[in-house]
Design a protein around this ligand. Structure first.
Ligand code: UD1
Ligand code: CA
Length: 451
């Protein structure tokens, strides 16, 4: 039976507190590329064909459970009430695989760089008779990792650093921590693991010796070290972020995006950029951004939860917040902020403008400094601007308010009442000009100062 036809339960171990993070947030909830570490692991497990997900969390970790269920609503949560080792942690989810899966994958919630292809490769030998498959890598510095002990071509044991002899410590082939186990044998094999070792823990790694003693097949699949990089401190978190960004930028450029200085552009795991999009330097994409073909994102812009249509121009120095929806050919120029607003086709917000909780019709033009006053200190209100309307510079539109199609609002207006279609509204004090009075005023002021 091919791997693709086999059922697979992925057990994610996420009970670690991560004390070296020095954080109030549990380690697996720290984020890289706009998603939690455990979220990356769950996504990889799903993409690798998992048909079931079980996540093992520490006691009182509702926050981790909530995050897991947001990413993977079908996942089952298990609590490991005492930290007694990686095998003990997998067994905490034992109920999930008692029902029978062809394959059981074990992955760590703090190892977010593993690729779905690698998980598939790890599963493959199970379809050909292996009972346990270990993900091995050549560690540049193997300190702290379990070492893969072979006899001839066969793996016979994994030795943890603390239990290893000097000769064993010299081995560079290390345990990446991820494993695939024959689902029909998993419970039985895990049940035979003891805790006679330096830490007094039940080591998942001992499953190799248990399997070998039972005459079962054990295999090793190799992976690049970068994929098994775990996160234990903030430095490693930054290294993981850097690697994810490298991958995301490369994928965007492979898809037809021009990046002038890719190392200065920050993407999220779900950023979608169309063909011939140009992204200038120093642009940040938070989660939930879609950019259609031929749009240009100019330098120093920040986008999050936004949709950018075909040929749209954003920035430089623009901010699109959640719910910003820029239709084809529209523009948001320098120092423009858009939030929860639909900007119609070809509409222009060229300078120094805030548009929030609004609908701006096609081809409307908002002059520099136009502000939608959407918040009264208690509630948010909507502004509606019709197609082809023109709003003069430095106007305040006090919501709720509607500017009709084709209407014209005079510069510097404070608009508090609806403006009908095609009307002209000027809402500012009339100018007063007094001939000669400027000169007199200056003389008075000078005399007052000179005493
Ligand atoms: C583990 C492996 C080691 C491997 C390394 C790769 C074991 C015994 N050792 O070592 O061979 O080279 O990973 O990074 O498996 N966890 C629980 N409950 C527990 C213990 C651990 O959920 O009781 C979780 C941790 O949160 C973590 C993962 O399991 O996500 C690994 O545990 P950790 O203590 O970090 O193992 P290492 O010593 O790094
Ligand atoms: Ca670790």
């Amino acid at each position: 039976m091919a791997t693709t036809d086999r059922t697979c339960l992925t057990v994610v171990l996420a009970a670690g507190e991560g004390t070296r993070m020095r954080s109030d947030t549990p380690k697996v909830l720290h984020k890289a590329a706009g998603r939690t570490l455990v979220g990356h692991v769950l996504a990889a497990a799903e993409a690798a064909g998992s048909t079931g997900l079980a996540v093992v969390v520490g006691p009182d970790r509702q926050d981790v459970a909530d995050d897991v269920l947001r990413t993977a609503p079908g996942a089952r949560i298990f609590v490991q009430s005492e930290r007694r080792g990686t095998a003990h942690a997998v067994l905490a989810a034992g109920e999930a695989f008692a029902s029978g899966f062809d394959d059981v994958l074990v992955v760590y919630g703090d190892t977010p760089l593993v690729r779905p292809e690698t998980l598939r490769r790890l599963r493959a030998p199970l379809a050909h008779g292996a009972s346990v498959v270990v993900l091995g890598f050549e560690a540049e510095n193997p300190t702290g990792y379990g070492r893969l002990i072979s006899r001839g071509p066969s793996l016979v044991a994994i030795r943890e650093e603390k239990d290893a002899s000097e000769d064993e410590r010299a081995i560079k082939l290390s345990n990446g921590g991820l494993m695939a186990i024959d689902g029909r044998r998993a419970l039985e094999l895990l049940g035979k693991i003891g805790n006679r070792n330096a830490k007094g823990e039940f080591y998942l790694t001992d499953i190799v010796e248990v399997a070998v003693l039972s005459g079962l097949g054990v295999a090793v699949e190799a992976a690049p070290e970068a994929e098994v990089q775990g996160v234990n401190d903030r430095l490693q978190l930054a290294a993981v972020e850097a690697e994810l960004q490298r991958r995301l930028r490369a994928a965007a450029m492979a898809g037809g995006v021009t990046m002038i200085a890719p190392e200065t552009v920050f993407l999220s795991h779900d950023t979608r950029l169309g063909r011939d999009v140009i992204v200038e330097p120093n642009v940040v994409f938070g989660p939930g951004v879609t950019v259609a073909d031929r749009a240009v994102i100019h330098a120093f812009s920040h986008l999050e939860g936004a949709s950018v249509g075909e040929g749209v121009s954003i920035g430089p120095f623009a901010r699109l917040r959640p719910g910003a929806d820029m239709a084809a050919g529209s523009r948001a120029g320098n120092f423009v902020e858009v939030k929860n607003a639909r900007i119609g086709e070809g509409a222009k917000l060229n300078h120094l403008t805030y548009v929030g909780d609004a609908e701006v019709g096609p081809r409307a033009n908002l002059g520099a400094g136009t502000i939608t006053c959407n918040y009264d200190g208690f509630s948010k209100h909507r502004t509606t601007i019709g197609a082809d309307a023109f709003v003069g510079v430095n106007s305040a539109l006090v919501a709720p308010v509607t500017i009709g199609e084709g209407a014209y609002v005079g510069t510097g207006s404070v608009v508090t009442e609806d403006v009908p279609a095609d009307a002209l509204a000027i809402a500012r004090a009339r100018q007063v000009t007094m001939p000669g009075r400027g000169k007199k005023l200056k003389a008075m002021l000078k005399a007052a100062k000179d005493g």
